[in-house]
Design a protein around this ligand. Structure first.
Ligand SMILES: N#Cc1ccc(Nc2nc(N)cc(-n3ccc(CO)n3)n2)cc1
Length: 287
């Protein structure tokens, strides 16, 4: 299960926006340990009162995150209930969600993007080894703990956030909005997620990372998105063929063709040394 936190031990600071069905705030939690008062900076994730019926799924996500720990998994301190407010108390991650960061930072290097993709592959492999399915892998659910600082040889560090409300609890429309992150086979059976679903989402997320945070199928209507799956279409391939191949394997309509996590990691490792980096490095220099 998870730890329950007393509402009066929480303090709300500024609003930081909203996820789907949730609002997020910066905040503080106070604990009293060995007679001392400790204050910790936290992220308070409130479930919208009009989605109160999803509170079980909201807390299931919290307990999902509390049950396992990994360096690339967001730490959840616990949950707090106060009247019709359901609050998940998370570690505060300094640089927020990766989708916004990618949109803002336009000149991230290839090695930055590869480094982040490898970290995601690591936590995906860990979840598969623990037989745990996340179900909502996307750049919006990746959090940037540390920015890179090339002068100090410091590389970026990400954590995977909670999966949010279980997709099976959500209406058809919400599920359609998750195209192309949600695996095609999950459209029809959202309550039957598999590890292969997470691999499909991994492919779409790596595509996002290498496309400067432009969401895939941006501006497409729900009908067009549905057609995308019906016609077994693929996202526009990267001009870096080895990367496009990996994304294409992860986003195979046939589950059996999706690579194992070990294979994903192996392919990402082989990408780093490819001549693509050198080629594009020279291009950026000559431009
Ligand atoms: N400006 C700004 C700014 C915004 C947020 C954070 N920090 C943070 N910490 C977390 N634990 C979770 C999140 N999330 C953000 C979207 C979601 C949806 O899942 N979570 N953001 C830091 C700076």
């Amino acid at each position: 299960q998870f730890h329950t936190i007393k509402y009066e031990d929480l303090k709300w600071d500024e609003s930081l926006g909203q996820g789907s069905f949730t609002r997020i705030f910066k905040g503080e939690k106070t604990d009293y340990r060995d007679g001392e008062k400790h204050t910790t900076e936290v992220l308070l994730k409130e479930l919208d009162p009009d989605h109160k019926n999803c509170w079980e799924s909201f807390f299931e996500a919290a307990s999902f995150m509390s049950q396992i720990s990994h360096k690339h998994l967001l730490h959840v301190y616990g949950v707090s209930v106060h009247g019709d407010k359901n609050i998940m108390v998370q570690e505060f991650v300094k640089h927020g969600a990766l989708d916004l960061y990618l949109k803002r930072e336009k000149s991230l290097s290839v090695s930055w993007k590869l480094n982040v993709a490898k970290q995601l592959a690591c936590v995906l492999n860990f979840l598969e080894e623990q037989s745990i399915i996340h179900g909502n892998i996307c750049a919006k659910n990746l959090l940037l703990v540390r920015e890179e600082d090339p002068s100090q040889g410091i590389s970026p560090f990400i954590k995977l956030s909670d999966p949010g409300i279980n997709v099976a609890m959500l209406g058809k429309d919400v599920i359609m909005h998750r195209i192309p992150w949600i695996a095609p086979e999950s459209l029809a059976a959202p309550d039957n997620l598999t590890h292969e679903c997470d691999k499909w989402s991994f492919g779409a997320t790596v595509w996002e990372i290498f496309n400067n945070g432009n969401p895939p199928l941006q501006g497409w209507s729900l009908e067009e998105k549905e057609k995308f799956y019906e016609n077994k279409q693929q996202l526009p391939p990267s001009q870096w063929t080895e990367l496009a191949d990996l994304i294409g394997q992860c986003m195979s309509y046939d589950l059996a063709f999706r690579p194992s996590c070990r294979s994903i990691i192996r392919q990402l490792n082989s990408l780093v040394t490819s001549d693509y980096e050198i080629l594009h490095a020279t291009e950026s220099v000559t431009q």
